[in-house]
Design a protein around this ligand. Structure first.
Ligand code: G16
Ligand code: MG
Length: 218
């Protein structure tokens, strides 16, 4: 019996993936490091430090330089997310969250981001969320299962009672390792490992998730 849905934030409830991209692009341009949207797609769901290390590739930098660059990118990002309003919720999100609440299905956010609280406040969905797990909640980030296991624990559910909705391959890996059912949002090439792949949450209802995940979910 499914009792909760755990949502990733960036790329699932809102398109902050675009703001992360712009932040990294600005930093990469300033540092003269080649970077583009295609490379950015490989960073989806990765925490800040891992993202920067991937962008730097073979360039060696000191720990101080690394810290400075992470802070700089975060300043750009924090500035961009100041503009977020409820209009930035992706299509279908508000409707699905309200339906889940009505049906007494618990709702958690499990985001790698340290800015998740701010983004949720600006989106105006705080009242619909039971638990927020973010970049401060656990040590090991996705693809480790830790954040999702932590979220299930906070919801007072076992992993097999949870559905995870993710836009990143690393997030699907993490949720599978946690023993949860997975819904991937985006192209099959990226999310082929998910139990159910959908383009986005537009017109997606609770019954669609359950039907799409059956016979695994009841
Ligand atoms: C998100 C994004 C990543 C970002 C990470 C860390 O995770 O998808 O691109 O690098 O958070 O964000 P911050 O620098 O704000 O701590 P998720 O799990 O919500 O997709
Ligand atoms: Mg994401």
């Amino acid at each position: 019996q499914i009792g909760g849905v755990i949502f990733d934030l960036d790329g699932v409830l809102t398109d902050t993936a675009e703001y992360h991209y712009r932040g990294w692009q600005k930093l990469a341009d300033e540092e003269g490091i080649p970077f583009d949207r295609q490379k950015n797609d490989l960073l989806r769901g990765l925490p800040r430090r891992e993202s920067l290390l991937a962008i730097l590739g073979d360039c060696t930098v000191t720990e101080d330089q690394l810290q400075e660059m992470m802070e700089r990118k975060n300043r750009y990002y924090v500035q961009l997310i100041e503009e977020i309003t409820p209009a930035d919720l992706l299509p279908g999100v508000n409707e699905l969250l309200e339906e889940l609440q009505q049906k007494e299905i618990k709702i958690a956010i499990a985001s790698a981001s340290k800015n998740a609280q701010t983004v949720i406040e600006r989106l105006g969905i705080g009242h619909l969320i039971d638990v927020i797990c973010d970049g401060y909640s656990v040590q090991r980030s996705k693809p480790a299962p830790d954040l999702f296991l932590y979220a299930a624990c906070q919801l007072d559910l076992t992993p097999d009672q949870c559905i995870v909705v993710e836009d990143a391959a690393s997030g699907i890996d993490a949720a599978s390792l946690a023993g949860m059912l997975t819904v991937g949002l985006g192209p099959v090439e990226r999310l082929g490992k998910a139990n159910l792949v959908l383009p986005n949450l537009e017109n997606v209802h609770w019954a669609d998730l359950i039907a799409g995940l059956s016979p695994k979910a009841k």
